[in-house]
Design a protein around this ligand. Structure first.
Ligand code: HEC
Length: 160
């Protein structure tokens, strides 16, 4: 009887350990997905930002391309402000290569303010594009770029 109880207990402990390992693995995969998706999203944001700049540097910008990049930038800026690309645990402690600095989670309010600021600047960029004033568009594109820089200066690891 005692022996049987011990067996049952052993089984239960083993089961609990297995469950913990599986949960741990699922969590790690999750973190990897979170980090890799946000990096890929930021690369696309960077592509849209640069795409606008490249068009503006032409004597005759291709408006269809400008519009496409402004739209894409708007969607990504909206997503990075409204979806949580930085859940707790997705910093360097996840053990996955990331340039996100721990200070993000220590100064969450300021970080979130910059996320929303980028969103607002992107909305303004679309408004200015609709007005058709290309000089104003270049100014607004520059103003928006300052928000990228402001955030990177504090919250992103400098790697170059
Ligand atoms: C609220 C803060 C914030 C704002 C605003 C922001 N970024 Fe970033 N960006 C980050 C952080 C943090 C990372 C690092 C993410 C990681 O490695 O997990 C990053 C990474 C990047 C990367 C590298 C992605 C990769 O891993 O290949 C690019 C490119 C980038 N950002 C472009 C931009 C551009 C362009 C803007 C403005 C239009 C912008 N970001 C606005 C915080 C921000």
């Amino acid at each position: 009887m005692v022996e049987k109880n011990r067996q049952v207990k052993k089984g239960a402990v083993l089961l609990a350990c297995t469950a913990m390992v599986v949960a741990g693995l699922a969590w790690a995969v999750d973190e990897q997905q979170v980090i890799e998706s946000r990096q890929s999203n930021y690369r696309e944001l960077g592509g849209a930002y640069k795409g606008i700049r490249d068009e503006l540097q032409k004597r005759k910008p291709l408006m269809i391309m400008v519009r496409q990049h402004v739209d894409q930038l708007g969607m990504l800026a909206h997503s990075q402000a409204n979806a949580d690309w930085f859940p707790a645990g997705s910093g360097p402690e996840a053990g996955i290569e990331t340039e996100a600095l721990p200070v993000i989670w220590e100064q969450r309010d300021e970080f979130d303010r910059l996320r929303e600021e980028l969103n607002q600047e992107a909305i303004m960029l679309a408004d200015v594009l609709a007005s058709g004033d290309m000089d104003a568009l270049a100014d607004q594109h520059r103003a928006l770029g300052m928000v990228c820089k402001q955030c990177h200066d504090v919250y992103r690891l400098e790697d170059d």
